[in-house]
Design a protein around this ligand. Structure first.
Ligand SMILES: [Zn+2]
Length: 405
């Protein structure tokens, strides 16, 4: 029906209908607050004030005692010391009685993230973000990421592409045949909204030979990703294959290598600001299953890289192999990093600030700084004197929503 056919009353009725529909739509979008991250905009005035805590902010700075943190609209609005926050009426004020507040942790190398049970285990353990480095068997992973990320009870997913490789190359599901083909495939993923580009440089693993890409193909992947402002993570497990990754300028290497790495290679990685993700839990699992000494070599390599000043981000490779992995907080990985010689504070930075950097999200998460998302892990006990204090979250806040207390 055309409007001119209904007369004045019909026009009025229609205007009223449009108005009511509009009000209904606005209200229903706010009602979703409990389950919908985007609806947090409706709770802009929901203020939480954390009082009387010790703040380890993830930057590596010394702990701040008597800290106070104001969370508003899902973000860290104010961070100060005792008595400096004017608490607005209606705020939820929590006295943490000297508990330690840290940024939510980030596991920068997992698989099987497109799974509510895994995501909720992580979040309850204080891991507020996971970087999935190849969606195994999930076709429309970008859409799945967006759906899972709407629910504040899920740890946030950062999505990498499937492992890109040449035909016959290590464990790919998406193959390129030339530098141009690699470029087009990377551009296509960026168009679709992927967060991270993942590829492999691997010639022998799991008792099999794999075809290597050419250096031109490696360079094409890295340059194209960087032109689209995306980070590149590369699967490498042999020291001999690091050279092309370093020369092409990847952002991180997704495993510690399992043959001794020389100091020249380590220094070149440091010069290029390439992060290393040890995945010691995976390497321990593989070593135990196949009676290998990879765990000893990997710990030694990590120790050398750490002592030389290399940057390390925490990641376990959860779900990337058939061995067992910790669910929730990455306890085994943290203990193995400590055993390899890392100081507790540096392990915390690896699991927060540095892991946020390899996710390409350093402006939004990873440290407790004003303006960032309110992703918080609260623990009792001092993780600087006993790293195991991290293993028992007494409270978790994700995007400003209290998940566990
Ligand atoms: Zn993996």
């Amino acid at each position: 029906m055309h409007p001119e056919m209904g007369g004045k009353d019909a026009v009025k009725r229609r205007s009223l209908f449009v108005l009511i529909t509009a009000i209904f739509l606005i209200l229903s979008s706010c009602v979703q607050t409990a389950v919908d991250e985007t609806a947090l905009a409706c709770s802009q005035n929901n203020i939480i004030v954390l009082k009387n805590c010790v703040l380890i902010d993830g930057t590596g700075a010394s702990p701040r005692r008597s800290a106070e943190i104001m969370i508003r609209g899902g973000k860290l609005a104010k961070i100060t010391t005792r008595g400096k926050i004017k608490v607005p009426r209606g705020s939820k004020v929590l006295d943490l009685k000297g508990a330690v507040v840290l940024p939510g942790f980030i596991n920068a190398h997992v698989h099987r993230a497109y799974d509510s049970s895994n995501l909720q285990n992580w979040l309850n353990g204080g891991v507020t973000t996971v970087r999935d480095l190849a969606p195994l068997g999930i076709y429309d992973f970008i859409k799945a990421r967006d759906e899972f990320n709407k629910n504040p009870k899920n740890s946030r997913i950062v999505s990498a592409t499937p492992i890109m490789s040449v035909p016959g190359g290590y464990d790919g599901t998406d193959y390129y045949n030339s530098p141009e083909d690699a470029r087009n495939k990377v551009l296509n993923y960026i168009d679709k909204g992927v967060d991270i580009i993942k590829f492999s440089i691997e010639d022998e693993l799991q008792g099999r030979q794999w075809t290597l890409p050419t250096y031109e193909e490696v360079k094409s992947i890295v340059d194209t990703a960087h032109s689209g402002k995306k980070k590149v993570s590369v699967h490498i497990m042999h020291a001999r294959n690091l050279r092309w990754a370093i020369d092409a300028g990847v952002d991180d290497v997704a495993h510690m290598v399992v043959e001794p790495v020389d100091s020249g290679t380590i220094n070149d990685m440091i010069k290029k600001n390439i992060y290393w993700i040890p995945t010691l839990e995976l390497i321990k699992g593989v070593s135990e299953m196949h009676s290998l000494d990879w765990d000893v070599i990997a710990a030694d390599n990590l120790s050398k890289f750490y002592k030389a000043g290399g940057k390390i981000a925490l990641g376990t490779d959860f779900g990337g192999y058939m061995c067992n992995f910790d669910r929730g907080f990455p306890k085994t990985e943290v203990l193995l990093m400590q055993k390899a010689g890392m100081k507790n504070m540096d392990i915390i930075v690896a699991g927060t600030k540095n892991a946020a950097i390899v996710c390409g999200l350093s402006k939004e998460i990873g440290t407790i700084e004003e303006g960032k998302k309110a992703d918080i892990l609260v623990v009792n006990g001092d993780p600087l004197s006993d790293i195991k204090a991290l293993f028992n979250a007494s409270m978790v806040i994700h995007n400003g929503t209290i998940i566990k207390k």
